[in-house]
Design a binder for this molecule. Structure first.
Ligand code: HMG
Length: 364
């Protein structure tokens, strides 16, 4: 048995192309305040012909490997979580292996459970390390997705794209993944994509209710087993990260949790501004990257927090399944350049699609 498992390296990749939600609002003749205030979305990243989810995953993995104190020969497991599957049989991880020239004595597979997939992959990798089954080897876990909805549907402003790669091993140089987590699952049709459909089918209002219920169930279990009071929860965790389909969803779920704790509206807003919102900055610029969305927020928190501070991470995947994980930041001395990568990318390398180019890309 191994004492701990955790994150020892991290990389993020997002497409160079994006669209401003104010432009999308003009295209669809909607008041832009609906997208920017109603949903709290500013921009969304878009995959074009020059980059797809394989390229995103490969870039994120290469960045993580370049920051890792070991080498590619130390990888004994590669897992890719995605909802942008390429094949019903061949795992998505095979495409990444080809790009990385990764082969030999290792296990390789794909995980699917809507946006929860990345979380399941991370849990499985850390449990594999903890059990000793990894025999000292590391796991490369990648969450990669592009979210696209039917053009002109209410879900269109909540698209996005991105990939996050983690190297998980027993050194846990950046963060320890705490062993206990709290899950909840109910079979529901809130968002699903039947075989052969280009876009998901969505019951938007139901999905919001499922997300809020899942958050309440997971946090309530954690508080009961850890014997936290609501106030102690905010003392223990410096960051509370949520899966972010759009930022307003996170606020809605958080506010419902706080109501169940009997917090006043002012207390709710104060805790949201100190513990949640600071780590949603990139999500508002990237949009919903499905399996990667929560991990973009967690990556931000891992960058900002100090050694021994704690992060709670709530994962929701339609269908539906949810899990609440917690992490302890380990060392500040590791290469934590991923946030600068994203900042630089958004500030300098991003190209905005014109309204005409977006219409041409989507066909209407
Ligand atoms: P909609 O039809 O645009 O909803 O769909 P709406 O009419 O209720 O408007 C949205 C908000 O804008 C409302 O705010 C309006 O008041 C406001 P609220 O009252 O709810 O706080 N609004 C305005 N605000 C300012 N100025 C205005 C204005 N007009 C209206 N002029 C919906 C919204 C989210 C349902 C849609 O975008 C959708 O279906 N999205 C996809 C589903 C989704 O993201 N669900 C989230 C939970 S499920 C999940 O997270 C899993 C997922 O990631 C998939 C996976 O797991 O793989 C999606």
């Amino acid at each position: 048995m191994v004492d701990q498992a955790g994150i020892s390296a991290l990389g993020i990749a997002i497409p160079d192309t994006a669209i401003k939600l104010s432009d999308l609002a003009e295209i669809r003749q909607v008041d832009s305040a609906k997208y920017q205030i109603g949903l709290e979305c500013d921009e969304m990243a878009i995959c074009t012909d020059s980059i797809d989810t394989v390229e995103l995953a490969t870039k994120a993995a290469q960045k993580a490997l370049s920051r890792y104190h070991g080498s590619i020969d130390d990888i004994g497991l590669i897992v890719v979580a995605t909802e942008t599957a390429k094949d019903m049989s061949r795992p998505f991880s095979s495409w990444i292996q080809e790009k990385l020239n990764l082969k030999g004595a290792l296990r390789s597979y794909e995980v699917k459970h809507a946006c929860l997939g990345g979380t399941i992959a991370i849990k499985q990798a850390s449990e594999c390390v903890l059990s000793g089954a990894a025999s000292g080897k590391a796991a490369l876990v990648i969450a990669t997705d592009q979210s696209l909805y039917t053009p002109k549907s209410p879900a269109e402003p909540t698209q996005g794209a991105g990939a996050v790669a983690f190297i998980i091993d027993e050194h846990a140089a950046i963060a320890r993944i705490e062993k206990q987590s709290w899950s909840w699952s109910e079979p529901v049709y809130d968002f699903w994509r039947p075989i052969g459909h280009n876009y998901p089918l969505v019951d938007g209002p139901l999905s919001l209710e499922c997300y809020k219920k899942a958050a309440l169930k997971c946090f309530t279990q954690m508080m009961a087993t850890q014997q936290y009071s609501a106030k102690a929860l905010f003392k223990h965790f410096k960051a509370i990260c949520f899966h972010s389909p759009f930022s307003k969803m996170v606020y809605k779920a958080f506010a419902e949790l706080c109501t169940s704790f009997d917090f006043s509206e002012n207390e709710t807003k104060a805790f949201y501004h100190s513990h949640v919102e600071p780590f949603l900055k990139f999500n508002k610029k990237i949009g919903n990257a499905y399996t990667a969305s929560l991990w973009i927020s967690v990556a931000h928190a891992l960058h900002d927090l100090k050694t021994n501070e704690h992060i709670a991470a709530f994962s929701y995947g339609s269908g539906f399944g949810a899990e609440l994980l917690n992490f302890t930041k380990m060392s500040d001395s590791e290469d934590i350049g991923w946030v600068e990568d994203i900042q630089d990318h958004i500030a300098h390398r991003r190209t905005y699609l014109s309204q005409e180019a977006y219409i041409a890309l989507r066909g209407c």
